[in-house]
Design a protein around this ligand. Structure first.
Ligand code: M6R
Length: 590
């Protein structure tokens, strides 16, 4: 959460920073700001709201100078106010800091510094600016003061500092939050994510925890925890990572939903040996535990089902934020499968670190190349579905499922069978999406006045119900609850009344008969039933048709119209599905 960026070059810094922040907005969009260095002064503008609003109100892009820093915020400490927006400054307005992470000991530091420094915000970040001020010595380099300041910090941070004390120089540090350098021609960037500067350069250097980097327009020096200079040549990112434009769509969410057939094909292009090695890790282990959050956890639940039904391996799924409470049972015989689109989710990273300390092996399933999770894992399988910008995960979910099909069928020695079927399904889904034959926008419009929804399913489709409900909550702000259909009669049935929408995922598989019985139960209590199926039924008030597929593949075809349903429900309610309130794409706080 929160995105930071720094730029030093020959071009005006502010427009470059603004463009970079626009690509980082998925990390936070409650406020934004930029600080540049020019004429011996810091120039700062910041405000609340989405970036375009802040630009409209404050003209961030008009700030002068060729170097500076910027920030998009997702509030943790201190409300959403202009005063709490970054960059933050020292007392003299001579040091500007943009920060992503949480400084756990900020209250103690603030108490200590308050005797001689004046604080103007409620944020944890402001202590960093005052610490640098405290340690800045006349004639000494800025990095010396920043290096001393970060030694006082406990918590997580990726931060970048600019000051007229050394115009054109930026100092950035990382501990637990992502940081990457971009090396262009006569210009350098530092940012939370390389997407920020991909339109300017694809040469990147990943910064590791405990490191500090000093950059100017034409050089960068990296220092390790011990203060010694490190040599790390830039790597060139490949083209497949560059695809973060809307390409004619009004929203990233819709674009990414429509991209799903291609995502399936892209994820299928796994290196066979890497896949075999990942499967080997699982087959040699005694216990298999998935850990993930949100959408990635729903994918993991389907993975668990596939491991059981296809590979006959029992496994468990533990929500990442709860993983630590199960630590005692994790040992050298455990393989932890960490699932994360971003590879930066703090809860996942913490669980994985704990598992490693206990001797477990870690296999990670990640979309973002170079992420923190990739660097702490024993093996990684990449989704390869391209950048996902919308806060609501869609194509990464489909790609995570593809990985689980590949792993389960590899474990069962039937890989070819799965790859053929998945490629065929990708083509079928593409046709359906192109023909727009899910009839979803009409149903979303019809139900746009409803404020609670229930999603029911059984077996492998149950996690699809969970994922569909999460999508609706997240982008349409509608209460939605999912459950195994058989569980309804144990309490929730009491909430069903005349007109209550119930989405019933009822494909022609082993669950059909029991599902129809449960549908009849809600119908008898007045529910409005939206049947998602390959076969209509009289019990359905609305019918969302999906193709008929072999049993294990139903999740792939049934989630897509339900993602569309959430999208069109947001549109019907006049909401921006790409930037849902209170959320951010990359959840780097615990
Ligand atoms: O990057 P990750 O997959 O680790 O993110 C996990 C969740 O934060 C994420 O899936 C979240 O639930 C999505 N916004 C849901 O659409």
């Amino acid at each position: 959460m929160c995105g930071i960026v720094g730029y030093s070059g020959k071009r005006p810094a502010a427009p470059a920073l603004l463009a970079a922040l626009a690509r980082l907005e998925y990390r936070g969009y409650d406020s934004a700001g930029i600080a540049t260095v020019f004429g011996g002064d810091l120039h700062i503008k910041k405000g609340i709201g989405k970036l375009e609003q802040v630009e409209e109100n404050c003209s961030l892009s008009h700030l002068p100078g060729n170097s500076g820093i910027g920030h998009v915020r997702w509030a943790t400490h201190g409300g959403v106010t202009t005063g709490n927006a970054h960059p933050h400054c020292d007392c003299e307005h001579y040091i500007a800091v943009a920060h992503n992470g949480i400084i756990d000991n900020f209250e103690a530091l603030k108490r200590r510094l308050s005797k001689t420094h004046t604080f103007v915000s409620q944020t944890d970040t402001e202590v960093i600016a005052h610490l640098v001020e405290e340690y800045l010595e006349p004639g000494a380099p800025l990095e010396q003061a920043v290096g001393r300041a970060v030694k006082d910090l406990k918590g997580t941070y990726a931060l970048v500092v600019a000051s007229p004390v050394e115009p054109g120089k930026l100092v950035a540090c990382r501990q637990g939050s992502p940081l990457v350098l971009g090396i262009g021609k006569g210009e350098t960037y530092v940012a939370s994510d390389f997407q920020a500067f991909l339109d300017s350069t694809r040469q990147v250097v990943f910064i590791e925890d405990g490191e500090m980097v000093v950059l100017t327009h034409n050089l960068f020096h990296i220092y390790g925890r011990d203060g010694k200079r490190l040599r790390r040549p830039p790597v060139m990112l490949d083209n497949s990572l560059v695809k973060a434009e809307k390409e004619g769509y009004d929203y990233f969410m819709l674009k990414e939903i429509m991209e799903q057939p291609d995502a399936i094909l892209a994820t299928l292009r796994q290196d066979k040996q890497t896949l075999q090695k990942a499967a080997g890790l699982i087959s040699r282990s005694r216990n298999v535990v998935f850990t993930a959050c949100g959408t990635s956890r729903h994918a993991a639940l389907i993975g668990r089902y596939l491991f059981s039904s296809v590979a006959h391996r029992l496994s468990d799924v533990i929500i990442a934020s709860e993983f630590g409470y199960f630590g005692e049972a994790v040992n050298e015989e455990t393989v932890v499968i960490a699932v994360s689109q971003s590879g930066e989710t703090a809860d996942v990273l913490e669980g994985v670190r704990e598992a490693k300390n206990r001797g477990a092996k870690v296999l990670s399933i990640i979309n973002t190349v170079g992420s923190s999770l990739a660097r702490v894992s024993d093996r990684v399988l990449y989704l390869g579905c391209g950048p996902e910008i919308s806060v609501a995960a869609t194509k990464s979910f489909i790609s995570q499922l593809v990985i689980f099909y590949l792993l389960a069928f590899t474990l069962a020695g039937r890989l070819e069978e799965a790859t053929g079927e998945l490629a065929r399904l990708a083509a079928e889904i593409k046709e359906n999406l192109a023909a727009n034959n899910y009839a979803v926008p009409e149903v979303a419009d019809l139900l746009s006045g409803k404020d609670k929804f229930y999603y029911i399913a059984r077996g492998i489709n149950y996690a699809v119900a969970g994922e569909a409900a999460l999508k609706l909550k997240e982008v349409a702000y509608v209460h939605a609850e999912s459950m195994p259909a058989g569980e309804l009669k144990h309490g929730t049935l009491a909430l069903i009344e005349e007109g209550t929408p119930v989405v019933a995922i009822t494909p022609c598989d082993v669950t059909r008969e029991h599902m129809l019985a449960n549908v009849a139960e809600v119908k008898a209590r007045g529910a409005f039933v939206i049947g998602v199926s390959d076969l209509p039924n009289n019990l359905f008030d609305a019918f969302v048709e999906v193709p008929q597929v072999a049993e294990v593949y139903y999740p792939l075809v049934s989630i897509i119209p339900l993602q569309l349903f959430a999208f069109y429900s947001a549109i019907a309610r006049g909401l921006d599905p790409d930037r849902p309130r209170n959320l951010a794409k990359s959840v780097t706080v615990k």
